[in-house]
Design a protein around this ligand. Structure first.
Ligand SMILES: [Zn+2]
Length: 519
């Protein structure tokens, strides 16, 4: 490779011999080099959220390598929060990663969290980050009471506040009052470095930060941290469409694009339409949820989405659109159809993110529009049983995240973790797409499995394509960036069924080798 970190040649030592000034380096003779993995849907929050207390069902590894065991009961959750409250005797108590579907008995309420503190605000982010449960003090701080009439502020049958808050409109007033915000969680030098630590552990050399308000200060900080010589990751943050009026978004996206550097790529926009399936806030077509009468919540309603998509597409700006339920994916497809009918944009690569419930007809329309899909393959394992038994029922759970169908229709495919919603780890994500096994070992929709080759493509060149970076990263080719995942095992020797067990030594970023856990 060259001094500026690009690949000069690929082949035998003999093939390289005509390059003068090269030095033979055998340090990875017993390792396997793959193109650095590309995570097409994650959040910088994976680096910062660990300042709060982890309350998830599954055990989880923090960026510093610490293993946090899962939390199985409401009592265990309360005592972990009490412990955290006693360590820091002031200020709000905040937990994250909680998922009520995994906790037996009564769903977590305001009163449960009042047991942690009746003087300090206590809030718990659900694993999907689309729901919060808050204690009474936190509800009071936001002014929520008997008279509150705001969508997403959940009530008990007697009209009293339950404690659960669904989606941004209901969550933000509480978050603001206790001094936590998604903006704060996506910034800070430590958070950005922590994210890079998790990336290195999992072989990731390029990652999105798929929702960022990207104010001037945040961009200055991102440029400064990613510009540090030893920073081992290319970051692709996307401007949140909710951060300003639609008419201003296009100008802002263009200003940001001009501020891109080698390790920081700006210019794309992220739009969040509905919520999450396991939170029952995703927008589903008839017949809706398998159990329960939830209707879903729009963060951006179809009419507003259509206006926004038209503006952005006309300005040539790439959109990444969060759609979980099939009513949301339909709304996004219709909005893009209208936008692209009004203004032809060649090679737009507008990407449907998550797109978990899109049916065959929707996939055909997305393919006809030239869209990309980035499926949430990790859901098959982490939430597959819940989707089968509770949210979607067997038939629709079996066709979730239909990778095989997408490839057969010629849709450019990526797969993702949405970290911190599920752990960062492209090899695990690829294992999910190859095997479609749930946590209990049930196989969901075997016909939608893809091959090992196809899955490895989806976590490298496939994801790079959705970010318009396929000319620079995602494969080992002359002239591309010297970004590699350094593996302890050969995925082809291990086979698709053992893909999640392939060891990761670390990464090479721009020609510089970095061992996991060494920084
Ligand atoms: Zn996300």
């Amino acid at each position: 490779m060259s001094a500026d970190g690009t690949i000069l040649g690929v082949g035998t030592p003999n093939d390289m011999s005509h390059w003068t000034d090269t030095v033979r380096d055998d340090r990875f003779a017993d390792k396997v080099l793959m193109p650095g993995f590309v995570e097409g849907h994650a959040h910088l929050m994976e680096g910062s959220i660990w300042e709060y207390t982890y309350l998830g069902h599954f055990g989880r590894i923090a960026p510093d390598g610490h293993h946090w065991p899962g939390v199985g009961t409401t009592e265990a959750l309360i005592s972990r929060l009490q412990e955290c409250a006693s360590v820091a005797p002031e200020g709000p108590v905040v937990g994250w990663g909680f998922d009520p579907l995994f906790v037996p008995g009564e769903r977590l309420t305001r009163q449960h969290l009042d047991q942690v503190s009746q003087e300090r605000p206590v809030i718990v982010f659900h694993s999907n980050m689309h729901l919060i449960t808050a204690n009474s003090v936190a509800m009071d701080l936001a002014g929520y009471g008997c008279g509150t009439d705001l969508p997403g502020v959940i009530r008990n049958t007697d009209g009293s506040l339950h404690g659960e808050l669904h989606e941004m409109g209901a969550m933000f007033p509480v978050m603001r009052r206790i001094g936590t915000s998604f903006r704060q969680l996506t910034g800070g030098r430590d958070a950005i470095w922590n994210f890079a630590r998790s990336a290195c552990r999992t072989g990731v050399t390029t990652s999105t930060d798929l929702l960022n308000e990207l104010g001037d200060d945040a961009v200055d900080e991102l440029r400064s941290v990613t510009g540090e010589e030893s920073f081992p990751l290319r970051l692709v943050p996307m401007l949140s469409a909710m951060s300003m009026p639609t008419a201003q978004l296009t100008d802002r996206a263009k200003v940001l694009a001009a501020r891109s550097t080698d390790r920081l790529r700006l210019g794309g926009v992220k739009i969040v339409t509905d919520g999450s399936i396991q939170g029952f806030t995703a927008q589903m077509k008839t017949p809706g949820y398998y159990r329960g009468k939830a209707q879903g919540i729009w963060n951006i309603a179809p009419d507003a989405l259509r206006t926004m998509a038209t503006y952005l597409n006309r300005a040539g700006i790439q959109m990444h659109i969060h759609v979980n339920g099939d009513a949301a994916s339909l709304a996004a497809i219709e909005a893009l159809e209208a936008a692209l009918s009004e203004h032809y944009l060649p090679d737009h690569r507008h990407t449907l993110q998550h797109c978990q419930m899109a049916d065959q007809a929707q996939l055909r329309r997305a393919a006809a529009l030239g869209c990309c899909v980035n499926f949430f393959a990790n859901h098959l394992y982490y939430f597959g049983d819940k989707h089968h038994d509770i949210t979607m029922g067997p038939e629709r759970a079996n066709r979730m995240n239909p990778c095989r169908s997408a490839l057969d229709l010629g849709l450019p495919l990526a797969i993702h973790s949405d970290a911190p919603v599920t752990p960062l780890g492209p090899l695990f994500t690829a294992w999910c797409a190859v095997n479609r096994l749930t946590d209990s070992g049930r196989r969901l929709g075997a016909p939608e499995r893809i091959t090992l080759d196809e899955a490895l493509h989806a976590i490298t060149l496939g994801a790079a394509f959705t970010l318009k970076l396929d000319g620079e990263v995602g494969s080992i080719e002359v002239g591309k960036r010297a970004d590699f995942a350094v593996l302890e095992d050969d995925p082809y020797e291990m086979g698709g069924e053992a893909l999640k067990d392939v060891g990761v030594w670390g990464t090479v970023s721009g020609g510089r080798a970095i061992e996991a856990g060494s920084f």
